[in-house]
Design a protein around this ligand. Structure first.
Ligand SMILES: Cc1ncc(COP(=O)(O)O)c(C=O)c1O
Length: 400
């Protein structure tokens, strides 16, 4: 007899765990792995931010705080959203959460009723559908591919809306594809959302990581109608190399933010006080923007290196994404599904990457360039050898 709750039956176990375990085991055996699977920046958190957290501890900021976050931090987040994103929120329309992940989880718990449909463009960040299911909702995928730049069109969105549709998820720049929506594309999607009275959650956690002059646009900033129904989600993990600090936030209509805060009040309470002290400095210290710009410049160089290496590999098709720190090549010419591809690539060439099936596409793999140039070059070389060997096997198997 199972002692587990019924709702866990709907949860997909992590599809990437086996590869992570195998990578760890190989490393433990002393094997050098070319790791292109990281979902986090490989930089240190900028110094002023780290200093601020240490000082907060020394000042005795070690106790419970307000559930929704320190007032000063909520004020600074409101200012940031106003200045950088053209979004006008007051501090009580902002909830500070334990990472972007908790922001999204709280939101799903706050707005989804059993049976509500949530539209998720695919490929998607793997936690969206699971959070929807945990909240009792039904994830409805909107498939995209290279032909449309991994973007959902207004017509596609329109066709997917039913009377049960509650929420649309927008993630730009995207994990895993790196796609960035243009303003006009978001305007078209926003018009559909407004017409059908949908809520929109805009996950903007990669907003600062855009390249080639791409512009990040917040969908909530487009007009007052879409603003009213948008919940903006963001955080400090990716832009400031602060994944371990667990700092995210949600901004949106007061009623929804209060409900999400109520969920948080009964689960985790406030984010650690010293982490919030770091976030304050991330938003107001004069040296931090330059530190972020340096990280972005390094990502930009690595992105081009990885893209050039991938496009030179026969059998690999890759779009040059404009954001985040991922590329998402199509490896289906290998004749392997994405899990077999990644497992065999790891075993034979010691290159670690993530099977696309985890994000809803079995034709692709996700490569992260949150890795140094040597790793990128060695990893891409291993991938090239591996692909060549699989293409040879495929050619030999073909009748002529
Ligand atoms: C698209 C997306 N949203 C949200 C998150 C959550 O980030 P965190 O909880 O570390 O702030 C991630 C992390 O990988 C992500 O890729």
């Amino acid at each position: 007899m199972s002692h587990l709750a019924g709702r866990l039956g709907a949860l997909t176990p992590s599809l990437t765990l086996a590869i992570v375990e195998r990578t760890k085991a190989l490393r433990a055996e002393g094997v050098e792995i070319w790791g292109l699977s990281a979902g986090e920046p490989d930089f240190d958190t900028p110094t002023p931010i780290r200093e601020a957290a240490k000082a907060a501890l020394d000042r005795g900021e070690t106790r419970y705080g307000p559930v929704a976050g320190q007032p000063q931090l909520r004020r600074l987040i409101a200012r940031k959203l106003e200045c950088e994103n053209n979004l006008s929120y007051s501090p009580d329309e902002i909830l500070v959460t334990n990472g972007g992940k908790q922001a999204l989880y709280n939101l799903m718990m706050a707005v989804i009723d059993p049976g509500d449909e949530v539209l998720i463009p695919a490929p998607y960040w793997l936690s969206y559908p699971e959070m929807v299911r945990l909240a009792g909702g039904v994830p409805v995928m909107l498939p995209t591919d290279e032909a449309t730049g991994f973007k959902v069109s207004a017509a596609q969105l329109e066709a997917a809306v039913t009377p049960r549709t509650r929420l649309l998820v927008i993630n730009s720049p995207s994990n895993p594809t790196g796609m960035v929506y243009r303003r006009d594309e978001l305007e078209a999607l926003a018009a559909v959302a407004v017409r059908h009275d949908l809520l929109v959650v805009s996950d903007e956690i990669y907003e600062k990581l855009v390249y080639d002059g791409a512009e990040h646009v917040s969908i909530g900033s487009l007009n007052p109608e879409i603003f009213k129904r948008t919940i903006t989600c963001n955080g400090f993990s990716k832009a400031y190399a602060m994944t371990g600090w667990r700092l995210g936030y949600l901004a949106g209509p007061r009623e929804i933010i209060a409900a999400a805060a109520a969920v948080q009040s009964h689960s985790t309470s406030n984010v650690a006080a010293y982490s919030q002290a770091g976030a304050v400095v991330a938003l107001e210290h004069p040296e931090v923007p330059a530190a972020v710009a340096r990280m972005v410049a390094v990502f930009a160089e690595r992105r081009l290196r990885l893209f050039e290496a991938l496009t030179a590999i026969p059998g690999v098709r890759c779009a040059c994404a404009e954001g985040a720190f991922y590329l998402f090549p199509d490896i289906s010419a290998s004749g392997l599904d994405s899990t077999d591809f990644c497992e065999q690539l790891l075993a034979e060439e010691h290159v670690a990457c993530v099977p696309g099936i985890a994000f809803g596409s079995d034709r692709h793999i996700r490569l992260s360039y949150a890795a140094d140039l040597a790793t990128i070059e060695r990893g891409a070389a291993g991938l090239a050898r591996f692909m060549a060997s699989r293409l040879r096997v495929g050619a030999a198997a073909r009748p002529y």
